[in-house]
Design a protein around this ligand. Structure first.
Ligand SMILES: CC(C)(COP(=O)(O)OP(=O)(O)OC[C@H]1O[C@@H](n2cnc3c(N)ncnc32)[C@H](O)[C@@H]1OP(=O)(O)O)[C@@H](O)C(=O)NCCC(=O)NCCS
Length: 256
């Protein structure tokens, strides 16, 4: 079967208002927290009381800003997709903490990730979706973590690489694992990540998507990884094979 090509380094055209969310598309939105800084006081006003209290509990400024931008962006974009005011949404949480809208009838599903200066959101219609972004950094116990969370071939591939390449490969696999477990709605500690191989297939040149079969429910989940910026890697996973991603940059000013 011919697979659609997805760029390994997507361009992120900036977008004031989301295009219609087609059933065979996943919209992936990115924001740079530093560019949102001038808008933060007004973005904070989009959060509900519990979210404001949660933001206030962060001791350090960077995670507070990350959380505030992510929630304001989520509320703004949900409001656009569902043509409702951003303050109108209430969230419920799955058994491992995956947020969803408190409205079983809605067809829009989403997932959120943040790391360093990057916030990444994914929206899908009628299918579960997971997204992850990680800032590349040095890891003390890289090989031990790989042994715990990766399959034997994945861990072996990482351990065989020189230090700097191994780090990149580690995070390349990590974002794929997390996007997958987040799509499925479990946690990284569930053990699922160590059962599922997310290694790029040797017989497919990048950026061909990888198809992963979830061991417990037997469903297929498509998986892409991509670069956001030189030190940031991202990945996206969603149920079934019949979708393509659309990458967009969020304009914080459009939410105000
Ligand atoms: C979900 C998880 C993989 C996120 O990892 P992370 O890299 O630290 O964080 P990310 O920035 O990528 O994602 C965080 C966002 O994912 C979402 N999220 C939280 N739990 C989730 C889950 N189980 N599945 C999917 N998404 C989840 C939230 O929106 C969260 O952001 P928010 O708290 O600001 O709203 C990790 O926290 C985890 O494993 N959690 C599950 C814990 C668990 O298993 N609990 C069992 C309770 S018994």
């Amino acid at each position: 079967m011919r697979r659609p090509m997805v760029p390994r380094v997507p361009t992120w055209p900036s977008c004031d208002a989301p295009p219609a969310l087609a059933a065979n598309e996943i919209h992936v939105w990115r924001a740079d927290v530093r560019q949102c800084e001038p808008y933060l006081p007004r973005l904070r006003m989009l959060l509900d009381t519990a979210e404001k209290a949660r933001a206030a509990r962060f001791v350090a400024e960077p995670p507070r800003q990350q959380f505030t931008v992510a929630r304001a962006m989520l509320r703004h974009l949900l409001g656009q997709y569902l043509t409702r005011p951003p303050g109108n949404f209430r969230f419920a949480f799955g058994p491992s903490g995956k947020p969803c809208l408190c409205e079983p009838a809605t067809t829009v599903k989403f997932n959120v990730s943040h790391s360093g200066n990057e916030v990444l959101l994914a929206f899908a219609r009628n299918r579960e979706v997971g997204v992850d972004v990680e800032h590349l950094h040095q890891l003390q116990a890289r090989d031990a973590v790989a042994e715990r969370f990766y399959t034997l071939p994945e861990a072996a591939r990482i351990q065989a690489l020189p230090l700097a390449d191994g780090e990149r490969a580690f995070f390349h696999h990590w974002v794929r694992k997390e996007a997958f477990v987040k799509a499925v709605g479990k946690g990284i500690a569930s053990g699922l990540s160590a059962e599922v191989e997310v290694l790029d297939r040797a017989d497919e040149p990048p950026p061909a998507p990888r198809l992963v079969r979830e061991p417990h429910e037997g469903k297929d989940w498509k998986l892409f990884s991509f670069e956001l910026a030189p030190e940031y890697l991202g990945a996206l996973s969603a149920a079934e094979e019949d979708w393509t991603p659309l990458f967009l940059a969020w304009e914080p000013g459009s939410a105000l």
